[in-house]
Design a protein around this ligand. Structure first.
Ligand code: DAH
Length: 340
C-alpha cells in the first residue's frame, strides 16, 4: 500500500516536470507500458495467497487509474500551453498603422485629352482616330501640300524605310480619312499621337494633338471663332478669356489663322510666360481649302468647312503651369504625383 502511494506521488512529480508531450509519454511508458512498473506489479499478484489477491488487485488497479488520470491532466495542460503559444505567435497587432496604398492617377496628357474631347463631344462631334503610321498621301498630298513644299521638311518628318510611309506629323490626315469615310456634313474630333524630329523645352519627338473638323452648309469664319471662343473659355474656366486671330499660312486652309489667347497668368498685362506680349499662341485653324474638300469628293458648291489643330502638351503646360514639356515623359513620380 505504502509502496503504491509512493509510486503515485513519484509519477505526479515526474509528470509535472515533463515540459513536452514527448517527455510526458516517456513517463507514461515507464509506469503503464507493457514492461511498466505497474504492469510488473500486476504480474506478481499471482505469487500472493489466494485470499489476498482480490484486494491487492484492486489496489494496483486504483493506482493505475490514478496515474492515468494525472498523466491525462498533465497532457491537457501541455496541449493548452502549446495552443496558447501558437496563438500568441500568430497574433496580428490590429493597432499597428497600415502600410498605406498610393492611388494611381491619370497622366496630365490623358487628362487634357479627355477634357478637350468631352468639351467637343457635348457639341455633337464624333471622335475619330487615324493610324500613327501614315502615308504621304494622307499626311501631305491630300492636305494640299505641293510636292516640293518646304512645309514637308519644316515638319521634320520621320520617314519609314519604305517610303511613302511615315510617322504622321500632325492629326490633320484624320480630316481626310474621316471625310472619305463619312462624307459631308460632318463634325469630328481626332485626338492622337504625332511625331516630329525635334527636342527642346517646348518640343518632344512624340507629342499629342487634337484635330477638329466641321463641314456643313454655310460654314463661316464666324462659326469657327464662336466655337473656339466657347471651347477655350470653358477649357481654361475663364469667361473673360479673349481670343486674337492672326493671319497665318497652312496649305490645307484658306484663310488660315493662328489663335492667341489673352495670357491666363497676367490677364494680358504682360509677364514672363507671355514674354510681356500679353498673348499666348494656342492653336492653328482656318476654313478648309476647296482643294482638300474636292480631293475628298465633297461638293464645294454646297459645302464649306473649318478645321483647327491644337497641341495637347501645350494646353497642359498652360493649364498646369508646366515649364518644360519633357517632364511629361520622364516618369518622375514627383511630377506625376501632382496629377492624382
Ligand atoms: N496641322 C497643323 C500643325 O500641326 C495645325 C493646324 C493648323 C491644324 C491649321 C488645322 C488647321 O486643322 O486648320 O501645325
Amino acid at each position: 500500500m505504502l509502496e503504491l502511494d509512493q509510486l503515485i506521488h513519484e509519477a505526479r512529480t515526474r509528470a509535472a516536470a515533463s515540459e513536452s508531450l514527448a517527455a510526458l509519454d516517456e513517463v507514461r511508458v515507464h509506469y503503464l507500458g507493457k514492461k511498466g512498473v505497474l504492469t510488473e506489479q500486476l504480474k506478481v499478484l499471482g505469487s500472493l495467497p489466494a485470499m489476498d489477491r482480490p484486494a491487492a488487485g484492486q489496489r494496483v488497479n486504483r493506482a493505475k487509474q490514478a496515474i492515468t488520470e494525472l498523466l491525462d491532466a498533465r497532457r491537457h495542460t501541455l496541449e493548452e500551453q502549446a495552443l496558447a503559444e501558437q496563438l500568441a505567435a500568430d497574433a496580428v497587432d490590429v493597432t499597428l498603422p497600415g502600410r498605406g496604398q498610393e492611388p494611381g492617377g491619370m497622366h496630365p496628357v490623358t487628362r487634357i485629352l479627355e477634357r478637350v474631347q468631352a468639351l467637343f463631344t457635348t457639341l455633337g462631334f464624333r471622335v475619330e482616330v487615324g493610324p500613327e503610321i501614315e502615308d504621304e498621301f494622307h499626311n501631305f498630298d491630300a492636305l494640299n501640300f505641293k510636292p516640293a513644299h518646304p512645309a514637308r521638311a519644316e515638319m521634320d518628318t520621320f520617314y519609314l524605310k519604305d517610303r511613302p510611309l511615315l510617322l504622321r506629323t500632325h492629326t490633320s490626315p484624320v480630316q481626310i480619312r474621316a471625310l472619305l469615310k463619312y462624307g459631308a456634313p460632318l463634325r469630328v474630333i481626332a485626338p492622337g499621337r504625332t511625331f516630329r524630329h525635334d527636342y527642346d523645352v517646348t518640343h518632344t519627338p512624340m507629342f499629342h494633338q487634337v484635330e477638329g473638323l466641321l463641314v456643313d452648309k454655310g460654314v463661316s469664319m464666324a462659326h469657327l471663332r464662336g466655337t473656339l471662343t466657347d471651347f477655350l473659355q470653358r477649357f481654361f474656366e475663364k469667361d473673360d478669356l479673349k481670343l486674337r486671330f492672326r493671319p497665318s499660312y497652312f496649305p490645307f486652309v484658306e484663310p488660315g489663322a493662328e489663335v492667341d489667347i489673352s495670357c491666363i497668368f497676367c490677364d494680358g498685362s504682360g509677364c514672363r510666360v507671355c514674354k510681356h506680349a500679353g498673348w499666348l499662341e494656342v492653336l492653328g485653324c482656318g476654313l478648309v481649302h476647296p482643294n482638300v474638300l474636292e480631293t475628298c469628293h465633297v461638293d464645294t458648291e454646297r459645302y464649306s468647312g473649318w478645321a483647327f489643330g491644337v497641341g495637347i502638351e501645350r494646353l497642359g503646360m498652360l493649364r498646369y503651369g508646366i515649364n518644360d514639356i519633357r517632364m511629361n515623359y520622364e516618369n518622375d513620380l514627383r511630377f506625376l504625383r501632382q496629377f492624382r
